[in-house]
Ligand binder design. Structure first.
Ligand code: PAF
Length: 282
């Protein structure tokens, strides 16, 4: 496995590769990322994993400075799985003079985008740059960040990029908590409590299975329950899984997405997201 820090060295190395699968990450790798790398390996001769904490996708009061940077441990986890780990500098990927950005579609302004204002523009801009640098045939993104996955697919389609986007399933702890780098901000007790977010989403799915299609009421009930359990809920929303538009009672292929903040180790709050796809069968 090679660790490459500059764009020019990466481009030189990739020249000889017949096919490339790419997994962009911000590091602090866990089993969820490893699952994406394993998926990538099935699709190309050469697997490139980037580790880059993207400053453009953090808001002014978010955790950019404290975001865990664990390069040595990450490289140990990738040994034998990835062919190349790309760890570019902020100066090379986000130079001060760059003023052109990707403007994502309006769906980027709802759900997570409603409270994280330029988040998806920051994600899309850096992912577009990484795509242009790596030029993969295949790129793998996790379904835990479902809205991100959707926006990246839209970007690839609308900009005619010759890249196949593959979605990796969310990997969970036994408690059902979705793996996330941000779980590291939680004590063991808070981590156990964090599973309540998935349980709330799952209980909405269960309610729909027994015929309750009052989506607004289901969203409100889950919000109330989580609030009673000490969460500050950002949103709980039932949507169409294909478009992320709000769902009606006639729709079948749905997804319930949630984001909420839970108390963390430092007496602050950690924002977690999760989602469950489901199908109404009647
Ligand atoms: O999902 C992430 O870790 C990031 O948003 C990504 C796709 C690596 C872009 O910085």
């Amino acid at each position: 496995m090679q660790i490459i820090q500059t764009i020019s060295e990466l481009r030189n190395t990739l020249k000889t590769k017949a096919s490339i699968a790419f997994v962009p990450t911000m590091g602090n790798l866990h089993a969820g990322h490893i699952h994406l790398v394993e998926l990538a390996k099935k699709h190309a001769e050469c697997v490139v994993v980037s580790i880059f904490v993207n400053p453009l996708q953090f808001g002014p009061n978010e955790d950019l400075a404290n975001y865990p940077r664990t390069l040595e441990a990450d490289c140990a986890k990738l040994t034998g799985l990835a062919d190349i780990v790309f760890t570019p500098s902020v100066a090379e990927i986000c130079p001060q003079e760059q003023s052109m950005t990707i403007q994502p579609p309006p769906i980027a302004n709802v759900l997570c985008g409603a409270s994280r204002l330029s988040h998806f523009a920051g994600v899309a801009t850096v992912v577009m740059k990484l795509f242009n640098i790596v030029q993969p045939q295949v790129a793998v993104f996790g379904k835990k960040d479902f809205q991100q996955l959707f926006i990246i697919k839209e970007m690839v389609s609308q900009f005619n990029l010759p890249i196949e986007i593959i979605a990796g399933e969310t990997v969970r702890e036994a408690s059902s908590l979705a793996l996330s780098s941000r779980n590291g901000y939680l004590t063991d007790a808070q981590r156990a409590q964090a599973a309540q977010l998935n349980k709330a989403l799952q209980s909405i799915v269960n309610q729909t299975k027994i015929g309750n299609k009052n989506f607004v009421q289901l969203e409100q009930q889950a919000t109330t329950l989580l609030t009673k359990q000490g969460w500050e809920v950002d949103y709980i929303s039932i949507r169409l899984s294909a478009t992320l538009q709000p769902a009606s009672q006639l729709d079948k292929n749905l997804i319930v997405l949630g984001a909420a903040k839970i108390a963390n180790k430092t007496s602050g709050q950690t924002r977690l997201i999760d989602n469950v796809e489901f199908r109404i069968t009647d």
